[in-house]
Design a protein around this ligand. Sequence first.
Ligand SMILES: [Zn+2]
Length: 427
Amino acid sequence: MKCISRLFQPLITIPKNAKIKNSEITCKSQKLLLELGLIKPTGSGLFSLLPLAKRAADKLEAVLCRHIEAVGGQRLSLPTLTASSLWEKTGRLNDVGPELITLEDRHEHKYLLAPTHEETIADLLADTALSYKQLPLLLYQISNKYRDELRPKHGLLRAREFLMLDAYGIHGSIECATQTYQRVTDAYSNAFKELQLPVLRVEAPTGDMGGSFSHEWQLCASAGEDVTSVCPSCSHAKLRDEDGDICETCNREMQAFNSIEVGHTFVLGTKYSAPLGAKLVPPSGAACAVVMTCFGIGVTRLLAASLEALSTDTSLRWPTTIAPYSVIIIGPKEGSNEWPHGWERVTDVYEELSKSAAFRDDVIVDDRHHLTIGKRLMMADRVGYPLIVVCGKSASTGKYEVYRNGNSQLMTLEELTEGEKRITNKI
Ligand SMILES: [Zn+2]
């Protein structure tokens, strides 16, 4: 049985007068994740994801993997340590410059901790005999990436080490690349829809990455450092122009929102494949460089951004599919009238819910019986468990108080599991 009493969740209280500490806490996802024991900083812009946050990140990964594999994504794993010479060949060693974390091995070979892997993918393909029949090819990975932020802040929103899903499309022509781009970005839209997050697809400059065009994926939240303009009529979105924006289609003034960039997607062309020799031999004619696309989603950033968008100032709120546990069970207080059979009842409820299709292996028990139900209810609400099941007075009649979004309802376990027709990816 998974129990709160054994869970590694070091709660902290940030004293009101701790001025230095407080000034480093700049947004609510950071504050709540810290206070509620889900993350712990180990240095500037570096965080440990503790068990509850790790479960949520794993669930988020699973959602993203499912959507990208639905459009042909094949998962692989590339080394983080990347030879600097690859980045020299594409000119990015200079372009990205101080944001790169670079190092040297004992043989004085130079490396960097990759913030992204276009060079590595192009280099991988250069040594591979690619057949037209394999195209388009969509390769992706989820790994820690590194960026030496000048000022890391907002906790997981701007960290120096972060989890990112990066996908790379390989194509024989720009037409094929454009089709893949549409398919994969549609898959991303579907993933955000499943997470019930209002993420906007916004045209964006290509910047250091290069390529022919790109979109940023922006989630509206007050802690965001970007500003997105949205047309109130047709929902067309773009990055804000300093002078204000008018939607060209509707001729209406667009509304500006603070937003967080959670992803960036590009049609890259041959910027990486040409200098690194990732070529394709067509059925007739000479070998030519492959056309690449790339699709990045910051996993830990999306996790924090979704908390920014959904949480209150005092309580975490998750997209239901990625909450660390779907259900928490709270039993009676030790010594209360309900207590004599209380623990047995909690065990039964745990067993039944854990084996149900809706909540398989996704249930935890707050077994701190010395605390009142009210106190544990409050804690469960702050952590944001989507469903809280209380085995209280009515439990003897087979009914349980079930809390969802602050509302409670008396239900049997069958009503609870049957009512929960969710498409959730269970760990
Ligand atoms: Zn419009």
